[in-house]
Design a protein around this ligand. Structure first.
Ligand code: PEP
Ligand code: MG
Length: 324
């Protein structure tokens, strides 16, 4: 990480006109955790727990999972760590899971669908999370939600694990915060209903853009059709952010498109106030936020969200340059 950013890590991430933006970081290994201190990120907004599931030749044991989660929480030293339950399937296949013969695995048996259908996998993970976060706050987030009812199903499983721990006199977390990822157009469209069932939401922009554009996030041939600076996509996000903000449920954005400062600025412009980014981009993003006039950015976008262009990137980049 660049030293000049490290010297700015305690500066407030507030725009020139006083809009506060909370900056968290993405992680997936204990090795990532020291970046919290180095970058000054406010916490881990996305801890991808499936990494541990994908590197082994079998499901990690409860003890192995618990050790990692406890280590992550210890290293976070009181900052929140949002554990995203194993998002297996789609682009993340585990050798020991039978995914069947799916022609479209990205739209197949993955994320929370697998968790609800195969509780034998999620329940040990919940057990490990509950135990690792004993006497602390557990933040747990479920990937690839499409229907509000999936939250009820997953809560039911979590409640059973809580009961199980109680019956065994195990120490439980002091508080449990449940979140849903908004990564499909179906959940974005119903984000206000989902928001009422959870404590927080996080937009997984990598997947959300993939399904919005019906363009594979990893296919080079359709890369130019997968552009978060598309005015339709930005207006879709703005609509989602506004719907959710009326419910009072906090919403973050954890898609990696924020690695691009122009896109990150546009996301502030459509109303996102909390971000989780790869560690290397925390410092650059803080500096960017501090240079922005958030109101001017959002006014500019508002005036261009119905533009016929495929992408607002060049025009918006010019606007940012002109406005210093
Ligand atoms: C996303 O889809 O934007 C996301 C953060 O999750 P992942 O990239 O792990 O699918
Ligand atoms: Mg995703």
């Amino acid at each position: 990480l660049e030293a000049s950013y490290e010297s700015e890590k305690s500066l407030a991430s507030v725009s020139k006109d006083g809009v506060a933006v909370e900056i968290l970081m993405n992680a997936g290994l204990a090795l990532d955790m020291p970046f919290l201190e180095q970058t000054g990120a406010a916490g881990v907004g996305l801890f991808r727990t499936e990494l541990q599931f994908l590197i082994g030749s079998q499901l990690p044991s409860v003890a192995t999972q618990e050790t990692l989660y406890r280590e992550a929480l210890d290293l976070a030293d009181g900052k929140p760590v949002v554990f995203r339950t194993a998002d297996i399937g789609g682009d993340k296949t585990a050798p020991y899971m039978d995914h069947g013969n799916e022609i479209n695995p990205a739209m197949g048996w993955r994320g929370v669908r697998m968790a609800v259908d195969r509780p034998g996998m999620i329940r040990p993970q919940m057990r490990a999370l509950l135990s690792a976060a004993a006497e602390r706050t557990l933040w747990v987030m479920f990937p690839f939600v499409t229907l509000p009812g999936e939250i009820d199903d997953i809560r039911d499983l979590l409640d059973r694990e809580i009961d199980r721990a109680r019956r065994r006199d195990k120490a439980l977390p002091a508080d449990i915060k449940i979140g849903a990822m908004i990564e499909t157009p179906a959940s974005a469209w119903r984000a206000d209903l989902i928001a009422q069932k959870v404590d927080f939401l996080s937009v997984g922009g990598n997947d959300l853009a993939q399904f919005y554009f019906a363009a594979d996030r990893d296919s080079e041939r359709v890369q130019r059709r997968y552009d978060p600076m598309n005015p339709g996509f930005l207006s879709f996000l703005k609509n989602t952010v506004e719907k959710v903000s009326r419910t009072g449920t906090p919403l973050s954005y954890c898609g990696e498109q924020t690695a691009d400062p122009i896109t990150a600025a546009a996301l502030v412009g459509v109303g996102v106030r909390q971000f989780s980014l790869p560690a290397a981009f925390v410092g650059p993003f803080r500096r960017l936020v501090r240079s922005l006039e958030a109101k001017a950015v959002s006014d500019w976008l508002e005036a261009h969200l119905h533009a016929p262009e495929v992408t607002l990137r060049p025009a918006f980049a010019q606007f940012l340059k002109d406005s210093g």
